[in-house]
Design a protein. Structure first.
Length: 627
């Protein structure tokens, strides 16, 4: 930070900050926000009005990527104020016109993502106004295409068609093939929704020609899905299947999860229509598995489809099973209706199982009818009552089991969330420290070295040139040293070289030299190295426990034991310090997150952790990790 304070803060410095921020827009928006805020602080202090508004525009984009639309709009509004202030003084500046058009475009997109369609359309119209003044026809075409998307979302397909045709007219004039491709695709979608399949097919084909010509690989999956949906709606299953498989293969290649899901769903539906039940069943079941790993939506819809498939093939048991699952995943407002339908399906299943028994009873009742009509009536009444009682008991039992399962799932989700929060918090702290180290230790040094090197060419004397080269070398050497230190902080070199046990012993011996405390580390049947994530997590946890003991426990002895047994690593940690009332702390609303995070971090590597402590009786922890 000393170097940071000595370098002059000018427009070059602000531009460097903006460049560093822009590089992180999609890869690391938090780092981008960090650099943009540094540049914004300097630009504001120096009253660089254009740079201030430009950096606020950049911050709006970063927060939009993070889906923080409220903050994004706030930043974009501040940016707009700054640009408008400058625009009042110079209404012909092309740089300002471009910036104003970009700000309004970004605001339109953020409002669109937020579902605030009226403000979104207004922002795009403002963007078109400044783009036309700047003769930027490509941006005009882009904004008109975005307006067409809004009308499509609002199911106003005729209005969507109107704006897409405007896009085609503009894009054709400026030879903007990418906008043409998007417009043809959008028109095809609108005609498909309007049930005009021939027109939809015409525009999808035009879109496909441009996509192939420009080799827009990332647009193939969605386009193939759209064409597959068109044929599926027309009932042309063979053609629908061809395009669904094309979409599926290209989505797998590009790792597009949503398009992969949509294509696989179409393949399952088409095969069901073609009575290829085994193939259809395979894809439906794969989709159900992917709902947990990939977050694919419409799980309830797939379960319904499977229930219908099994119903068509006569497998009533499985049909009932998946119908039950589908209703279990619905919202509570559908519970009453779902209970009725489940009871109907369950009754059908029960009837099938009891068919022979019912037939036998029926024959017996017919034989008894000759003897006594009254006995027959009583017998039938008893059977009906018993059957209803069985159904009620089964429904009650299933409701009870469903509540138990929901509670178990809720507890499990809370536990998993706790683990995830701890991992995210730890990773966030490490990333923030890493970013600060890179900025303070490398970023400024390398930027300054680059400035010195660029000044060498302008030096008039050899002595000045040698001095600048010497200063550049010194800064590069310091950057190399800092890079090594940063690397060692991320993953201690000793841990990679010597493993968990030896590194922990070495760490403890360094503390023992002070004479203030004795740390004894015992190991038995342990390996040199374990899985890297397990090693670094356990090492961080144990060193954090040692630091806590040194800071708070007033202890004279720490004992650490590591024993490997039956594919498990057992670790015990204890000190003879003043201890604390652990049970009371856990119940307290004022407790810190350190102990909870320790337990969650152990859970994140597949282990368990038990902690106990009492006032005056030291601190004890037991960790068990599968290896």
């Amino acid at each position: 930070m000393a170097l940071y304070n000595t370098i002059p803060k000018d427009t070059t410095w602000v531009a460097v900050c903006q460049q560093l921020a822009s590089r992180n827009l999609f890869t690391n928006p938090d780092s981008g926000i960090y650099y943009a805020n540094i540049g914004l602080q300097i630009a504001t202090e120096k009253n660089y009005l254009f740079h201030t508004a430009n950096l606020q525009k950049a911050l709006g984009a970063f927060y939009a990527v993070k889906s923080d639309y409220t903050t994004s709009i706030q930043q974009l509004k501040e940016s707009l104020k700054g640009f408008q202030k400058l625009y009042k003084k110079d209404t012909t500046n092309t740089k300002l016109l471009k910036a104003l058009s970009e700000v309004h475009t970004n605001m339109g997109l953020v409002y669109y993502f937020s579902g605030v369609y009226d403000k979104s359309i207004k922002s795009f119209i403002n963007a078109i106004h400044y783009a036309e003044k700047n003769n930027d026809q490509k941006r005009v075409a882009t904004c008109i295409s975005n307006i067409s998307n809004i009308y499509y979302e609002l199911k106003n397909y005729n209005k969507s068609l109107e704006y897409n045709r405007k896009t085609i007219s503009l894009a054709s004039k400026v030879n903007d093939s990418v906008s043409l491709q998007q417009a043809f695709n959008n028109i095809g979608l609108a005609f498909n929704e309007l049930s005009i399949p021939d027109s939809a097919r015409y525009y999808f084909d035009k879109c496909l020609i441009i996509t192939k010509k420009l080799n827009l690989e990332n647009r193939f999956p969605k386009l193939y899905v759209n064409i597959s949906n068109l044929f599926l709606r027309k009932g042309i299953n063979d053609s629908a299947l061809i395009y669904a498989e094309l979409a599926y293969n290209s989505a797998i290649k590009l790792k597009f999860a949503e398009q992969k899901y949509a294509a696989k769903y179409n393949i399952a539906v088409i095969n069901k229509n073609l009575h290829n039940y085994k193939v259809s069943e395979k894809y439906y079941l794969e989709l159900l598995d992917e709902t947990d790993d990939k977050g694919i939506r419409y799980k309830n819809r797939i379960e319904n489809e499977l229930s219908e498939l099994y119903k068509e093939t006569g497998n009533i048991k499985k049909a009932y099973h998946f119908l039950t699952l589908s209703y279990a995943s619905k919202d509570s407002i559908y519970k009453e209706e779902s209970t009725r339908q489940i009871a109907d399906m369950e009754a059908k299943y029960k009837n099938e199982k009891k068919e022979e028994e019912i037939k036998l009873l029926h024959e017996q009742s017919k034989l008894q009818a000759a003897q006594a009509k009254a006995n027959k009536t009583i017998l039938i009444s008893i059977i009906i009552i018993l059957f209803l009682i069985i159904i009620l008991v089964i429904i009650s039992y299933r409701s009870y089991k469903h509540k138990q399962l929901s509670e178990k799932t809720r507890i499990q989700q809370q536990s998993e969330r706790k683990v995830l929060d701890a991992v995210i918090e730890t990773e966030y702290k490490e990333r923030r420290r890493f970013a600060e180290d890179l900025h303070d230790g490398l970023g400024v040094l390398l930027s300054t070295a680059r400035i010195y090197i660029s000044e060498v060419e302008d030096c008039e004397s050899d002595s000045e040139r040698k001095e600048l080269i010497g200063q550049s070398k010194s800064m590069v050497d310091e950057a190399i040293t800092n890079a090594r230190n940063i690397s060692n902080n991320i993953m201690p070199a000793a841990l990679k070289r010597n493993g968990l046990v030896d590194t922990l012993k070495s760490f403890s011996e360094k503390i023992n030299i002070s004479g203030n405390i004795s740390i004894k580390v015992k190991s038995e049947n342990t390996k040199k190295h374990y899985k890297s994530t397990t090693e670094i997590t356990l090492y961080r946890i144990l060193t954090e426990m040692i630091n806590n003991t040194l800071k708070h426990a007033n202890a004279s002895l720490i004992s650490i034991s590591l024993i490997q047994e039956n594919n498990y690593l057992h670790i015990t940690y204890s000190d003879d310090g003043i201890g604390f009332d652990y049970d009371k702390m856990i119940r307290s609303s004022q407790k810190g997150s350190g102990l909870d995070n320790t337990i969650s971090r152990v859970n994140s590597v597949g282990g368990t952790c038990t902690i106990s402590s009492k006032t005056g009786k030291g601190f004890n922890a037991s960790i068990k990790v599968a290896i």
